[in-house]
Design a protein around this ligand. Structure first.
Ligand SMILES: Nc1ncnc2c1ncn2[C@@H]1O[C@H](COP(=O)(O)OP(=O)(O)OP(=O)(O)O)[C@@H](O)[C@H]1O
Ligand SMILES: [Mg+2]
Length: 245
């Protein structure tokens, strides 16, 4: 199965997605790749010419640290800002950002006990749930799945998709996870992101795979993030189709 195309993003895609798109990246489990996914997706949207804002809703402020690692001389080509202390104003702030930016990507904290993640999901057009490579992670993500179900009631147009991150055995894992998730009605993206040292190296340099230099294996990583990007755009377009707008 083809998972990455030579030149996956096209002008067609660019023309079709609407402005002010809000994408949440969330999972109650820590260390699954929420921040890595947020930042590299931002790189993908930016490289297609979109005006992107990464909103850091996690108290750990990892996106902010990532941005700081880029340094003032070679800043990231998109804005990164903190929204983690806004409490119930977080939804209105995201809506305001969505007025000013084409795409707002919100990196959520690794817990669902405070209301931050619920508030973000309530205003997201699409929620990407990165999970690392084991069905056990899904079994331990029951709370996240319950939150998804609750969000569907509050935000019926919102879309949800699980992204298998740090995967090594795409086919088997994908089949297993899809089977486990079949009941829950949350789709699993067919694109996966492999475990690659490059993702750590890029983060350490404060870059995304779209603008990191001097490290090996960039193209294949870029292609796999671009494939995820394309699937997310397709997801959002589905939503627009269902809504009829
Ligand atoms: N596909 C990948 N390949 C290799 N390393 C990865 C990959 N994805 C993430 N990592 C690494 O795994 C660690 C955790 O990733 P990340 O910080 O993105 O997770 P997180 O879900 O945001 O964590 P937290 O819950 O603490 O916010 C980091 O060191 C990151 O560089
Ligand atoms: Mg994080």
């Amino acid at each position: 199965m083809e998972i990455a195309r030579e030149n996956p993003s096209t002008v067609e895609h660019r023309m079709e997605i609407r402005m002010g798109l809000v994408i949440a990246v969330a999972n109650q489990k820590g260390g699954v790749g929420k921040t890595t996914t947020s930042m590299n997706l931002a790189g993908a949207f930016q490289s297609e010419g979109y005006k992107v804002y990464v909103a850091d809703a996690d108290g750990q402020q990892s996106c902010m640290s990532w941005c700081a690692a880029a340094g003032p001389e070679t800043p990231l080509p998109f804005r990164v800002g903190s929204i983690n202390k806004l409490e119930k104003m977080i939804g209105p702030e995201i809506a305001a950002l969505a007025n000013d930016y084409d795409v707002v990507i919100v990196d959520c904290p690794p817990n669902i006990n405070d209301l931050t993640t619920a508030r973000v999901l309530a205003v997201a057009d699409a929620t990407v749930i990165p999970t690392d490579a084991s069905p056990i992670d899904i079994w331990s993500s029951e709370g996240m799945m319950e939150l998804v179900e609750r969000t569907r009631v509050a935000n019926p147009a919102g879309k949800f998709a699980i992204l298998l991150n740090k995967s090594n055995s795409k086919t088997l894992l994908h089949t297993q996870m899809s089977a486990i998730l079949a009941e829950s009605n949350v789709r699993v993206l067919s694109s996966t992101v492999k475990q690659r040292e490059l993702y750590r190296q890029a983060a350490a340099l404060g870059r995304t795979v779209f603008d990191v230099k001097g490290v090996r294996g960039v193209k294949v990583a870029k292609d796999e993030i671009a494939a995820v990007y394309n699937e997310i755009i397709a997801l959002v377009q589905e939503e627009e189709f269902v809504d009829g707008n």
